[in-house]
Unconditional design. Structure first.
Length: 161
């Protein structure tokens, strides 16, 4: 890898390259250190987005409230998106909005989804208290009852905030 980056630097001419930005994997750190030793005018910098992603990953892994809240949020969105008729209810009560917005950094997706759930808290609660919901076949499954409990749980919403 060092050789490849070194070739790229040579192609652009060393005096035109002052900084190399990579992710924070150990192999990139080693390569960055080697390149800075070899080329005095060069700086290696870890990617800020990757650093933030690692911090967010640590929150989810090391903070129980984060882990539990994300798990509950995932259950809500996974259940809703597994049933087309529930997606229709979601679209109706949110006026066409979606909860899942994939982005480049994988761990931030969970937090953005929780944010979007929070923005649409009222619509979610209206889904589970609507006549359309009460008359659906889904209200009788244990999985759905668990999801409904999460949506009605004040502590879940407090933890999102």
């Amino acid at each position: 890898m060092c050789k490849m980056i070194d070739q790229i630097i040579e192609e652009f001419e060393e005096e035109n390259v002052v900084e190399i930005v990579t992710d924070n994997a150990a192999n990139y750190k080693v390569v960055g250190a080697m390149l800075m030793e070899k080329k005095e005018m060069l700086y290696w910098t870890p990617c800020t987005a990757h650093c933030i992603d690692l911090i967010i990953e640590d929150f989810e892994k090391k903070k129980i409230v984060h882990h539990e809240t994300i798990s509950k949020g995932k259950k809500v969105t996974q259940y809703i998106y597994s049933k087309t008729s529930i997606i229709s209810l979601l679209q109706y009560f949110t006026k066409g909005k979606d909860f899942v917005r994939p982005i480049v950094t994988r761990f931030a997706t969970s937090y953005l989804t929780l944010d979007y759930l929070m923005e649409n808290k009222g619509a979610l609660i209206r889904i589970f208290t609507s006549n359309k919901w009460a008359s659906s076949k889904f209200t009788k499954t244990s999985e759905m009852q668990h999801v409904e409990e999460v949506v009605r749980d004040k502590e879940f919403w407090k933890n999102i905030v």
